[in-house]
Design a protein around this ligand. Structure first.
Ligand SMILES: [Zn+2]
Length: 545
């Protein structure tokens, strides 16, 4: 078998250059298509977390799991794990008063500042000063310590977006996604991020007020995306952001100009003069939405206690609230992520169709709350239905761009562990090559569910269909025009053959993880392994490929 697949490998990689990958099994193509067509129909109303459309989609996935022959692996012997969500908004606009040089300036919610609602404190009456913390990064490996010499206790940390030049893209994405937690660890009670360039990026001064916040809150009161101790999270208008620096040693424009220079650490931090008083009352609405979980028991008596997880998010953005009459208002999420769930189901079918079950157990999870901040996966990672230590590896299927016959993939997260070699081998067996991250600025590594498991120390991977064979232009135009719009629907020219191949590739990766004599391991000295699983087993660093 092995020798034959090595020959197939040679033949198949020849086809990479001709850009004509071997076609997929016709029956598999039809099954992937059928599932995407069901999940992306208008009648599921965009599968918003907690909605009726999502609940129907979850029932559908559970019934497919049953048909495939999986066992229920949710709560109480069922298919579901109900995630306890809380939606928080403000009863009345919060009162925010900024005191600058003795003047009291009242900030209008949604215009001058936007306070994030809270799922942990119903009433917030806080008053705090500010400390500018440069990029707001602290990391021993890269010798970053923007908090050095600064006293953040009881203060609001004010950080510039971004990070020093030269960090590996996945580590930069992780650091950028961890700034509020770093502020909390330094003792801050609040966190504000200001765009490095005026008007750029996803942060301040983009002021968004009034949008309800959704987070999970468990029975002990712990919340998913709110770091403990953080009471105030705001975004600011350009004008308000500049005001924070009044009376400070340097202006906002001056620290921004420091941050522009290449290869430098960020500007040093300093205390700011103004203070902020907040009086806000939250309105809460609690609801649940399920993770859907199926299990294929492993065949090896000792390895069956370990679990390899495949997951894909089932939720999308629901219905556009401010649609004009006659406008398409349904966020169908055909590629984001009906396609990921459909290909996960097909991977489950490929597992079930083999004469021999995998050695390790394989778990399939359709996640909720991904579009709200990777919440379902985070809840599961914190409240797993199997022992946390038994989860040894994870494959996430999210947003395969099934619009062209892809011939390469980028494997986010794979290079940190022995999963890298598994992906390369599985890809080679199908004539699919592995490419480095072509869009580091998109920070995809931290923008999908697998990241929540990396943070729990689990070697994990997400395959992005690559930039080769026309992928680059298709990705760029799709991200620009279609991503998170109602046009991500079934009118797109979906390449169903690419769907079946994406399913097959993910199946081969998960199968190899499930059958390998040893579990996936972080590489010696790897950043994420050392950070999140310092005591776990290690593979030699040269075993990546
Ligand atoms: Zn999305």
């Amino acid at each position: 078998m092995r020798l034959i697949s090595a020959i197939t490998l040679l033949l198949a990689s020849a086809s990479v250059h001709a850009a004509t990958p071997a076609p997929a099994d016709p029956a598999s193509i039809q099954r992937v298509r059928a599932d995407v067509e069901f999940l992306a129909t208008d009648r599921l109303e965009g599968r918003d977390t907690g909605s009726r459309g999502y609940a129907i989609a979850a029932d559908y996935v559970a019934s497919q799991f049953r048909a495939i022959g999986l066992e229920p692996a949710g709560e109480n012997g069922g298919w579901f794990q109900q995630v306890p969500f809380r939606r928080a908004s403000f009863d009345r606009p919060p009162v925010m008063t900024l005191t600058v040089g003795g003047r009291r300036i009242s900030l209008q919610q949604g215009k001058d500042a936007a306070l994030r609602p809270s799922v942990t404190d119903k009433v917030r009456r806080n008053s705090a000063g500010f400390v500018f913390v440069g990029y707001g990064l602290k990391d021993a490996r890269y010798r970053l310590d923007d908090y050095r010499g600064l006293d953040l206790r009881g203060k609001i940390a004010v950080a510039l977006s971004g990070a020093p030049k030269g960090l590996p893209s996945e580590i930069e994405a992780h650091l950028n996604a961890s700034k509020d937690r770093m502020a909390a660890e330094a003792g801050a009670v609040g966190f504000i991020e200001i765009a490095r360039k005026p008007g750029s990026g996803r942060v301040t001064p983009v002021v968004r007020g009034g949008r309800p916040l959704i987070d999970w809150v468990d029975s002990s009161g712990r919340a998913g995306s709110t770091p403990p101790g953080i009471k105030l999270q705001l975004s600011l208008s350009e004008e308000t952001a500049a005001r924070l620096f009044e009376g400070a040693p340097r202006s906002l424009a001056s620290v921004r100009s420091d941050a522009k220079e290449d290869g430098k650490a960020g500007p040093r931090g300093f205390a700011l003069r103004p203070t902020l008083a907040v009086d806000a009352e939250n309105k809460w609405e609690d609801f649940t939405s399920p993770e859907v979980i199926g299990l294929l028991k492993g065949s090896d008596p000792s390895l069956a206690a370990e679990h390899v997880v495949l997951m894909g998010h089932l939720d999308h953005l629901g219905i556009k609230a401010d649609a004009k009459p006659g406008e398409d208002a349904i966020y169908n999420g055909a590629l984001d992520n009906a396609a990921g769930v459909a290909t996960m189901l097909e991977a489950a079918r490929l597992f079930a169709a083999q004469p021999v079950r995998p050695k390790r157990s394989v778990m399939f999870i359709a996640n909720t709350g991904e579009e709200r901040g990777l919440l379902g996966a985070d809840y599961y990672a914190n409240h797993p239905t199997v022992p946390a230590a038994s989860i040894v590896g994870l494959v996430d299927l999210d947003m395969p761009l099934l619009l062209y016959p892809f011939t390469d993939v980028t494997a986010f997260g794979a290079d940190h562990s022995t999963v890298g070699a598994i992906v390369a081998q599985a890809g080679a067996s199908m004539g699919i090559s592995v490419s480095p991250d072509p869009m580091p600025e998109e920070a995809i590594f931290t923008r999908s569910d697998h990241y929540q498991f990396v943070r729990r120390g689990v070697p994990a991977v997400l395959l992005m269909t690559g930039h080769a064979n026309g992928g680059k232009d298709i990705w760029n135009s799709w991200l620009g025009k279609i991503y998170h719009s109602p046009q991500d629907d079934l009118t797109q020219k979906i390449d169903w053959d690419a769907g079946a191949r994406y399913a097959d590739l993910n199946y081969r990766i998960a199968r190899a993880m499930a059958d390998a004599p040893v579990r996936p391991m972080w590489l010696q000295g790897d950043y994420f392994g050392d950070l999140f699983d310092p005591k776990g087993p290690r593979a030699p660093a040269n075993s990546a490929r």
